[in-house]
Design a protein around this ligand. Structure first.
Ligand code: SF4
Ligand code: SF4
Length: 455
């Protein structure tokens, strides 16, 4: 089965080039039913220029986000474990030809140190980042790192979910990371456009099909939480959005489980990277991409990173983003020290507390929830709850409990005061008496020192 049919994508873009208002309105109306959109319908939204309908599209995206995910915004941090890499991707500072970079990978002791820093910041979820290098970063090293992270405990808690980004690999290797209890396996296609992919990659990653079929192999190995993404700016964003939707459709059809998340990284500058994008994505188009994806795959979580400025992130949270990194460092072992060996330049240098304060001002409930993965609500089981809108009540409950933990363990007195006001506000909105009682009891327990309560 062909995952990406480029001819079909180009035909869709051509056919939907100038959508009439009636057709566009019909697509928006269909999106309101929260059943997702097909490739052609997404093409209509991609080519939409009518300001009134665009406004309705953004409002619909915000409404869908609210209905499915509610007010919660889940936080995580990336952890760069190794920048050894045999690939030469034109857009990344870790490219193999960067001889100025003093390569490093974390020892188990350094893993523990980095994880303690993240735990003591308040994080409960990490996303591991490894360059591709069979010699330096073999799968057993990846597994050892994951195991080590789960073992680290401080008086402030532990990391409860380890998501992993490793290069496309074999079913056997995926089985090993599955056995190590990973959360989501993330791998980005970077660009779905074959000629562009060929131009920008050298090394094993240059194999477009190896990259494209990785999620299928991960599923074969039992990993049903899988994340997609492209690096916006490498090729025409319109093509890339259709590529993402086609890939999501393939995952759904071939394995019965669509992507758990879609990430929307936008190319940004990096040291030693001279490549300048031929297809830069404007802020307006970037927000349009997020809104369209929210309408097209309403049950897929959407992730934004600190590649974006606080202003853009703030807007993106409202129209579709459900998970965000915060206080990120993009260099190997970079937490707690100054380093310029970063993969890319971050555009949001706020601390976790600052990001949380701003999120509260916008009415979000900061969440450190990891409940679904720990209760086995993944893949089909997750979709079973999320499609009828049932997951929302778990998200709110767990969001309230994990945010209360954060406030007790990490927040300044000022944030604690503001945070509990928001908790009170959302606690009142819980309609189900059983859930409400659980939250009330849980909050009391957390205030009294109990931790890690989840449903
Ligand atoms: Fe290596 Fe990944 Fe950077 Fe490519 S993007 S050079 S594979 S670390
Ligand atoms: Fe995510 Fe599940 Fe927690 Fe909701 S309840 S925030 S879907 S882990």
């Amino acid at each position: 089965m062909s995952v990406i049919d480029e001819i079909r994508i180009l035909k869709v873009l051509e056919k939907t080039k100038e959508p009439d208002a009636k057709t566009a309105q019909a697509v928006i109306n269909k999106a309101k039913e929260r059943k997702g959109l097909n490739l052609e319908e997404v093409g209509v939204l991609i080519n939409l220029t009518d300001p009134v309908l665009l406004k309705e599209m953004f409002n619909t995206a915000a409404k869908i986000k609210e209905e499915i995910y509610g007010e919660r915004l889940v936080f995580f941090a990336p952890l760069y474990v190794s920048d050894f890499c045999v690939n030469d991707c034109s857009y990344c500072n870790f490219h193999q030809t960067n001889k100025a970079l003093k390569r490093s990978k974390l020892t188990m002791e350094q893993v523990r140190e980095q994880v303690k820093i993240l735990i003591n910041m308040g994080h409960k979820r990490v996303l591991l980042e490894f360059g591709e290098d069979q010699k330096e970063n073999p799968i057993d090293y990846v597994v050892d790192v994951i195991n080590e992270i789960y073992k680290v405990k401080t008086e402030k808690g532990n990391i409860r979910r380890v998501n992993v980004n490793i290069a496309a690999t074999t079913v056997e290797n995926y089985k090993k990371i599955k056995a190590a209890n990973i959360g989501t396996y993330q791998l980005f296609q970077e660009t779905y456009h074959r000629p562009t992919y060929a131009k920008l990659h050298k090394g094993p990653k240059a194999d477009y099909d190896r990259q494209l079929t990785a999620h299928d192999r991960a599923l074969e190995a039992g990993i049903d939480d899988r994340g997609l993404g492209v690096l916006f700016g490498l090729y025409d964003w319109k093509f890339e959005v259709l590529g993402l939707i086609a890939h999501a459709e393939h995952m759904d059809k071939a394995g019965g489980v669509g992507p758990h998340t879609i990430s929307v990284p936008r190319l940004c500058e990096a040291p030693t990277v001279k490549y300048s994008p031929e297809y830069p994505v404007s802020d307006d188009d970037f927000l349009k991409i997020i809104a369209i994806l929210r309408l097209a795959v309403p049950y897929t979580g959407m992730i934004i990173s600190t590649r974006e400025t606080p202003e853009i992130r703030r807007k993106a949270f409202k129209i579709g983003i459900s998970q965000t990194s915060a206080a990120s460092v993009t260099s190997t072992g970079g937490y707690g020290k100054q380093t310029d060996s970063v993969q890319f330049t971050s555009h949001d240098s706020r601390s976790l507390e600052e990001v949380i304060k701003d999120a509260l001002k916008d009415g979000f409930l900061p969440s450190f929830c990891t409940a679904c993965y720990r209760l086995g609500r993944t893949g089909d089981d997750f979709m079973y709850l999320s499609k009828p809108g049932e997951i929302h009540k778990f998200c709110r409950t767990n969001g309230l409990l994990t945010f209360a933990e954060y406030l007790e363990d990490f927040a300044s007195p000022e944030l604690k005061k503001d945070g509990y006001k928001v908790i009170e506000q959302y606690e009142k909105k819980i309609e189900e008496p059983v859930m409400r009682t659980k939250v009330m009891e849980g909050l009391k327990d957390i205030r009294e020192g109990k931790r890690d309560i989840f449903y």
